[in-house]
Design a protein around this ligand. Sequence first.
Ligand SMILES: Cc1ncc(COP(=O)(O)O)c(C=O)c1O
Length: 390
Amino acid sequence: MSFDKAYFDAGITRVGTQCEKWDGMIAAAGDPEMIPMWVADMDFPSAPAIQEALREVLGWGTWGYTISGRKDAEALCAYWARRHGVTIAPDEVLMSPCVVTGLRLAVRALTKPGDGVMINPPVYGPFFGSVRGNERALVESPLAVGEDGRYRIDFADMERRLASREAAAVMFCSPHNPCGRAWTREELAELVALCRKYGAPLICDEIHADFVFEGSHHSILTIEGAEEIAVMLCAASKTFNVAGLQQSSIVCKNPKMLEAIRNEMDAAGVKAGNAFALAATRAAYTACDEWLDGLKAYLVDNRDFAMAYIAEHMPKVKVTPLDATYLMWLDCSALGLEQQALLEKLAAAHVKVNDGLFFGEHGRGFIRLNIGCPRAQLERALAQMKTVLG
Ligand SMILES: Cc1ncc(COP(=O)(O)O)c(C=O)c1O
């Protein structure tokens, strides 16, 4: 099978699959015409090798307790070595249900109640909840944005907050959702140096690692010294459209930190042993490279098309440069609309996007547009957006 433009153009019908993006939206909005450009999964079929692996498990006809661990970790290690040049040993990997589970476990294991945990907003909403929901203090070091719309880390601000002990740990998103940045090695090295200087654990969410469009993803684990302080969270879920299976991994090269997280998992009774999820994830990590390469090429075309379309037809909307992820961060502040009015206009045009405020107060005036869909759907959504934002 060829994973070319025609394959991804065909997409897949998701209505009636209990998916949040379509079924959840239609139920909430009561508008069957609404185009879902929100929840961060894609309107493409998962790779054939994954479907085959799931059919095989289905064929077992019985699904008792499942072995989870070594084989799964080995598949992950081989994948990260092959795709991202990272050396990980199976003993450095823990299986976890979701990446957000991993974020929360890491916060609980590596900090104490009352400690400050620093994040860089605007950032994925559950970062806020992972800190606040665990009786830790939320410390915000906002990303700075340049004239060109590109976001960068305000290292001086981060250092001030670490030096004063306002923050005891850092939770970081790499590549960054929703700002679309693929961080450079230099930026990551500076971040690692800062965390080491102040003895702060660095919890790094790399769920979007496979969607770096130019150059390569630099895992935090490839940065010198990171092995002392970093925890890396990853999953096949975003990349291969298997988020509904709920499987992720926690990787840590510091044995003491890994042990602390393992203890926290045991205390909370967190296990990852879903036979379907594990089989799908192993297949994703071993037999889907070609599918992924085709997908990335398709997404780059979608990105370039959307950027050009918005520049031409919605000149007041500023598109944040998208190095990575299939989530486009649009600055609509020049339209002068209140956030609610902005979303209502889009809803009236039958387009569902993510509210910028999901990513914190720094997302006011913004929306996030998911371009992980067939081109025809993207074209339709943009044409309808134009009628209210153009
Ligand atoms: C940065 C980031 N982390 C985590 C998640 C969710 O991962 P999971 O469903 O495995 O909890 C998302 C989903 O959009 C995300 O963007």
